[in-house]
Ligand binder design. Structure first.
Ligand code: UDP
Length: 495
């Protein structure tokens, strides 16, 4: 252990994620990065999430890191959720999101109780952006809170600036408007904005509803926090990091945190037990040509209709590229299964297509040398994982801040090809198999000058991402600044 790590052993960091894969996964990765630097790290969880994350945390602890989970009973049923629903990925309908957030907030009382008993007392709270109430707990225990942002500085700055647009309310859903005061020309339509931004930007009295109140609470808690940690790295989006830094004190970019996973077990066990045998998956990948495979995955939350799933499958097949295609567990309906069977789909594509139903070891797959492209729904974690693997991407945003990430991938990083969706998936628009095929062909074609450039840019970003987390890199240093800030805050309290 280095002398720096030795000197931080007395510190205890308490990490609190929203119980959703896109929050728990990066915060757990970040917990490992922190524990490498000396502090004890505790992660608040719930019994079912603890089971999913146990292999990750156990492996980190076995490697000598001081990291542990603290499970609290999740008051899901009290809030009106079905029995056993403790993670957003098991919500049977997004209509239950309000109940889910209510249940999350009800964790406040058991958390207060658990914190009072913790020994050593936590020196700070690091909680994800969607949990504004954790600021009150930090205030109560007189410790600093740092917000962990699970989105990019590009998204943070764009949505901040869009909120200053006076009247998008007068616009139709399809009318475009420019994001003010940013260095690139980025246009949006109202229907591409997350519901929260669109509602708040409307600024009309009738929209002073629940969503507006939630976003106001989040902003208020962000402004009271001691600092902001963003899962990105300075070199990826320097203008946006600097732009957003003017809005928030103590902003540190500390990612990409997925690079904390170095060995095969760490990469494959992330977030859930994979529903494919890792060795089988690796053997399949080993049998493919370098950079030839397209990996298609739509994250942990997207609901895709059976008709759309069929078009995706047919498009991947028609592209002639080898592919790995993930059909999320909840989307694998009787209709989809029947179609796969009637079409004899898996047999038909046997030599060059692998279908995974359920949870894929995404980071393990993306980092394999045979993978050459990523068809993604543009969740921020997936986007960054694509960047870390040096992959050009086909962008297919569906909801939340995914349209921001598409603009970032295509117009700022210039490593993407749009599949061509114009609005959220609730619009029910269907991307045809022909368009899926064309976009895969466009992405994977490196004979074409632009295709080659896209790949070259993506590979350069992979190197930059790696350097950011290496000893002396920007994110490595920023994690150090965070820890020092916690030390200083502790000292101030003693005076
Ligand atoms: N993920 C995974 N296997 C899957 C689906 C998702 O490992 O089959 C991981 C993915 O690597 C990422 C996270 O789940 O870390 C999804 O987060 P993201 O922000 O990309 O999207 P969301 O799930 O919030 O839509």
């Amino acid at each position: 252990m280095t002398s720096e790590a030795e000197s931080y052993r007395h510190l205890h960091f308490l990490l609190i994620p929203l119980m959703s894969q896109s929050h728990i996964i990066p915060l757990t990765d970040f917990g490992k990065l922190l524990a490498h630097r000396g502090p004890l790290v505790s992660i608040i969880t719930t019994p079912q999430n603890a089971v999913r994350y146990k292999p990750t945390v156990d492996a980190a602890a076995a490697a000598g890191l001081r990291i542990q989970m603290i499970p609290l009973q999740f008051p899901g049923q009290e809030a009106g959720l079905p029995h056993g629903c403790e993670n957003m990925d098991s919500l049977t309908s997004m209509g239950l999101a309000t109940e889910f957030f209510a249940a999350s907030e009800m964790l406040k009382t058991p958390l207060q109780k658990a914190m009072a008993e913790l020994d050593p007392k936590p020196a700070c709270i690091i909680s994800t952006n969607a949990l504004p109430w954790t600021q009150q707990i930090a205030d109560e225990f007189d410790i600093p809170r740092y917000v962990f942002e699970t989105i990019s500085c590009f998204t943070l700055l764009c949505s901040h600036n869009i909120l200053s647009v006076e009247n998008p309310n007068s616009m139709s859903d399809e009318e475009t408007f420019l994001v003010p005061d940013i260095p690139h020309v980025i246009e949006f339509t109202k229907s591409q904005l997350p519901e929260t931004t669109a509602n708040s930007a409307k600024k009309s009295p009738e929209n002073n509803d629940h969503t507006t109140s939630v976003i106001n609470q989040i902003i208020k808690a962000q402004l009271s926090a001691r600092g902001t940690l963003v899962n990105t790295f300075d070199e990826l989006e320097p203008e946006y990091v600097n732009g957003y830094r003017k809005q928030r004190q103590n902003l540190w970019c500390i990612g990409p945190v997925s690079l904390s996973n170095k060995n095969l077990t760490e990469k494959s066990n992330r977030g859930n037990k994979p529903s494919i045998n890792e060795q089988h998956c690796l053997a399949w990948l080993d049998s493919m040509e370098p950079k030839s495979v397209i990996y298609a995955c739509f994250g942990s939350l997207c609901r895709i209709s059976a008709n759309q799933i069929k078009e995706i499958g047919l498009g991947l097949e028609a592209s002639n590229s080898p592919f790995i295609w993930i059909i999320r567990g909840l989307d694998s309906s009787a209709e989809v299964e029947k179609w796969l069977e009637v079409e004899n789909f898996e047999k038909r594509v046997e030599k060059r297509g692998l279908v995974i139903r359920g949870w894929a070891p995404q980071v393990m797959i993306l980092s394999h040398r045979s993978v050459g492209g990523f068809l993604t729904h543009c969740g921020w974690n997936s986007t960054l994982e694509g960047v870390c693997a040096g992959l050009p991407m086909i962008t297919w945003p569906m909801f939340a801040e995914q349209f921001y990430n598409e603009k970032f991938i295509v117009h700022v990083l210039k490593i993407g090809v749009r599949v061509g969706v114009e609005g959220g998936c609730s619009k029910g628009l269907l991307v045809t198999w022909q368009r899926v095929k064309e976009s895969v062909e466009e992405l994977m074609n490196i004979e074409d000058g632009e295709g080659r450039e896209r790949r070259r840019r993506a590979e350069k970003l992979r190197e930059m991402a790696k350097e950011a987390l290496e000893n002396g890199g920007s994110s490595y240093l920023n994690i150090g600044f965070l820890i020092e800030d916690v030390v200083q805050q502790k000292l101030t309290q003693l005076v």
